[in-house]
Design a protein around this ligand. Structure first.
Ligand code: FES
Ligand code: FES
Length: 164
């Protein structure tokens, strides 16, 4: 079995894996990063979303052998100590979740969106977030949270709240 070195959350991590193994399973079961969720396993629901070089990617259909030197960022690396990422803070304030199963994937998708489009319209946010599945139907609050985070990040007024 070949050995891969993956750059995960700013740290090089070694793993013996088959090139075709899913990145999600390595993150969750080998590296213990369980914030990325398994939903459909087919790239359809978004629960497993991480960032690859800053862009949102569905880790269930990302093969370990395809990652190379790309920087992998998971939900575990968003907060800085006690300070939540502005998107996490906005999700909390907007109460943009119920069961929370989709939430880490939604947040990572939103962070990826705001990197490429810091000022998305409501329609653009809704279109992107609609590609991820929330079985609890919290889409209106998710859109509100992403717009709130975008505004704060643009204007430098992000409230960096504590993760209590
Ligand atoms: S678990 Fe990856 S998209 Fe559904
Ligand atoms: S909050 Fe339950 S699936 Fe989205």
């Amino acid at each position: 079995m070949p050995r891969f070195v993956l750059r995960v959350n700013g740290r090089d991590r070694e793993i013996d894996a088959e090139p075709g193994d899913s990145l999600l399973s390595v993150l969750r079961y080998d590296f213990g990063l369980s914030g990325s969720r398994y939903g459909c396993g087919e790239g359809q629901c978004g629960a497993c979303t991480v960032l690859l070089d800053g862009l949102a990617a569905r880790s269930c259909v990302t093969r370990v052998g395809s990652v190379g030197a790309k920087a992998i960022t998971t939900i575990e690396a968003l907060a800085q100590g006690e300070r939540l990422h502005p998107v996490q803070q906005a999700f909390l304030e907007a109460e943009a979740f119920q069961c929370g199963y989709c939430t880490s994937g939604m947040i990572m998708a939103a962070v990826g969106l705001l990197k490429t489009n810091p000022n998305p319209s409501e329609q653009e946010v809704a279109r992107l977030m609609d590609r991820s599945v929330c079985r609890c139907g919290t889409y209106p609050r998710i859109v509100k949270a992403v717009r709130l985070a975008a505004e704060r990040m643009r204007t430098g007024t992000a409230v960096m709240g504590g993760s209590k």
